[in-house]
Design a binder for this molecule. Structure first.
Ligand code: FES
Length: 167
C-alpha cells in the first residue's frame, strides 16, 4: 500500500494494527513491519505512536528499528535499485554503475530522487559474483550490467510501472 506522498501522517491508519496486537508480547517487530508497509518507512511520529501504544520507551522502539536492516527510517522511493559493491562486482565495474546512476538520476547511494520514484542503495555481495557486476531493481536481479544498459533498464522499468498504475 504505502502512503508516502506528502508529509501528512495519519495515525488512524495504525488503529487496526494496534487492535490486532493488543496485549500481545513480542508485538514490536510485527507492528513495525506493518507500520512500514502502511507508511512506506518509519518516521519519528510513527515510532513515537508505536512506543505510546505498546507502552514501550521510545529508545527501545528506536533501538529495534535501527538494529534491523529491514526497517527504514528515511523515506524511500517507489523503486529500489541496489548496486552490489562487493569485491567481485567492484572489480568488474560497480564504480562506473554508480557514476551512471548519479549522472542519470542525480542521486548518490542512500538517496531518493526528488520525485520519490527511485532510491539507490549499495549492498555488499548478493551471492551472484559470477554475474558481476550485479544490480537488483526492485526484485529483479540484473547481471553483467553496463552503465548505459543500467540507466536504460531503470528508466524502462519506471515508465512501464507508471503505465500500469495509470491503466
Ligand atoms: S560481489 Fe557482487 S554478487 Fe558477490
Amino acid at each position: 500500500m504505502g502512503v508516502t506522498e506528502g508529509d501528512d501522517f495519519d495515525p488512524a491508519l495504525m488503529d487496526e494494527v494496534f487492535e490486532s496486537y493488543e496485549r500481545q508480547k513480542g508485538a514490536l517487530i510485527p507492528v513495525l513491519q506493518k507500520a512500514q508497509h502502511i507508511y512506506g518507512y518509519l518516521p519519528p511520529e510513527v515510532l513515537q505512536l508505536i512506543a505510546d501504544q505498546l507502552g514501550l520507551s521510545l529508545s527501545r522502539v528506536y533501538g529495534v528499528a535501527t538494529f534491523y536492516a529491514q526497517f527504514y527510517l528515511e523515506r524511500r522511493g517507489k523503486h529500489i535499485l541496489k548496486l552490489c559493491d562487493g569485491t567481485a562486482c567492484h572489480v568488474k565495474g560497480t564504480p562506473l554503475l554508480l557514476t551512471a546512476v548519479e549522472d542519470g538520476f542525480e542521486i548518490q547511494p542512500g538517496e531518493t530522487t526528488k520525485d520519490g520514484e527511485l532510491t539507490a542503495e549499495v549492498v555488499y555481495c548478493l551471492g551472484s559474483c559470477a554475474m558481476a557486476p550485479v544490480a537488483v531493481l526492485d526484485e529483479q536481479v540484473m547481471g553483467r550490467m553496463r552503465p548505459e544498459m543500467l540507466v536504460r533498464q531503470v528508466k524502462k522499468h519506471m515508465a512501464s510501472s507508471r503505465k500500469e498504475t495509470e491503466a
